[in-house]
Design a protein around this ligand. Structure first.
Ligand code: CTP
Length: 397
């Protein structure tokens, strides 16, 4: 579990966006985190402490004392790995910027030894008021990590800036900023993903069914292991959930070659893209008109990115490729391993149910010069974890 044994202290202030904190708590607890919550008195008007304590599986802290027992604000800030205030209201923001201490949440903030992050929530005009701007600048100067507000429908009915980020985005923000592993810290990883589109004329192209899911999952997994990740992707609906992943969007095999070869300084390279092997020899300037019954297209071979990177591979650099096969799987994959000078080939066969392009699952075998390791059918996320773990072990040898 991504957040197993992680301790998150969540502060909830008086804002309509507090309903999103309920969903956030669920995401955090499901990911294995221990969550304790502090609410201001105003927050109680928006969400019930009973709901919060039930979901967080902990008592909720609101006052300085409960039943004549002191709530130790210093202890809470020392217990947590991170203190996140979400939503952060305009009022609490102003108090934080000025060092006020008139409730438990502020006392915890002022004495916290752990990192503090906030997700502001305000109506657009409040968000743009000079005092809010000044206070945000001030708390940033104090070292507080301020999440960007979103643009969209606001409680007032207006549309604009000031919405608190969505729970999934806050979750990813926490993972990215505070809980990445350091195993691959300082290492650069290059991943290619998705299909390529080869233009025929201004409106048509030759493409393939690759969804990009496998490559995106691999890029995310490497990033969570602490690596600096560059993801070169062809056209896809996939998105990256972490701001730190550098994403380069390309369209054709030629673009993919250029983007990958400008990142050859990577320590680990995983070529997962389904690159077109052939591209139209000539791209028509205008839309091709329907004429004869038979239409022929001349195709020219594209540059093989993996093969090129294999031919200039440096000492210590690790190069992995993929092979999607429909027959003679092992023999074909082994041939690719040698011909492309890769350190391993990740093989998936279209003959395996659940494996392949558009699916959410995959069944892989990893082949290197000495052995073949096969894995059970799994989600692409789990397959990515297996691939990354395998590569980390190989690199460490
Ligand atoms: N690859 C590449 N550039 C290309 C073609 C393929 O980088 N122009 C990479 C893929 O990203 C993958 C590996 O080479 O990592 C194998 O791709 P695949 O399409 O399975 O094999 P090909 O070499 O194209 O051979 P064939 O299509 O004949 O199976």
């Amino acid at each position: 579990m991504l957040l197993r044994n992680k301790k998150i202290l969540l502060g909830i202030t008086g804002s309509i966006a507090a309903y999103k904190s309920i969903l956030l708590i669920r995401l955090l607890v499901k990911a294995g985190a221990e969550v304790k919550v502090i609410m201001t008195a105003a927050a109680k008007n928006f969400v019930s402490p009973l709901v919060i304590s039930t979901l967080s599986k902990n008592k909720v802290y609101i006052d300085w004392q409960d039943n004549h027992e002191w709530n130790n604000h210093v202890e809470l800030g020392r217990w947590a790995d991170v203190f996140l205030i979400a939503p952060l209201s305009c009022n609490t923001l102003a108090k934080m910027a000025n060092g006020n201490c008139d409730n438990l949440l502020l006392a915890v903030y002022l004495s916290a030894t752990c990192p503090v992050a906030v997700a502001p929530a305000m109506d657009e005009d409040m968000w743009h008021h000079p005092s809010a701007k000044k206070n945000i600048a001030q708390i940033k100067e104090f070292g507080i990590n301020v999440m960007q507000v979103a643009n969209g429908e606001l409680a007032s009915g207006l549309f604009g800036e000031g919405r608190m980020a969505e729970p999934e985005d806050i979750f990813n923000f926490l993972v990215e900023n505070y809980f990445r592993s350091t195993i691959l810290k300082g290492k650069k990883v290059l991943v290619s993903a998705g299909p390529t589109y080869e233009a025929i004329d201004p409106v048509r192209f030759i493409g393939n069914r690759s969804s990009g899911k496998m490559g995106f999952a691999i890029a995310k997994t490497f990033y969570l292991q602490g690596a600096d990740v560059v993801l070169v992707t062809g056209p896809t609906h996939e998105t990256v959930s972490y701001n730190g992943i550098k994403i380069i969007h390309v369209e054709s095999a030629n673009d993919m070659f250029d983007a990958c070869t400008t990142n050859i300084d990577a320590n680990i390279i995983v070529m997962c893209a389904a690159v077109a092997d052939y591209t139209p020899a000539v791209v028509a300037d205008q839309k091709i008109k329907k004429q004869d019954d038979l239409f022929q297209l001349s195709l020219a071979k594209t540059k093989d990115v993996l093969k090129y990177l294999g031919s200039i591979k440096k000492q210590g650099q690790y190069l992995a490729g993929f092979a999607l096969e429909t027959e003679n799987e092992l023999a074909n994959a082994t041939k690719k391993l040698k011909e492309k000078n890769a350190d391993c080939i990740i093989l998936n066969s279209l003959n395996d149910e659940g494996a392949g392009f558009t699916k959410d699952t995959n069944k892989i075998s990893i082949i290197n010069a000495k052995e073949t390791v096969s894995f059970e059918l799994s989600s692409k996320k789990e397959a990515a974890e297996n691939i990354v773990e395998y590569i980390i072990n190989q690199v460490a040898k």
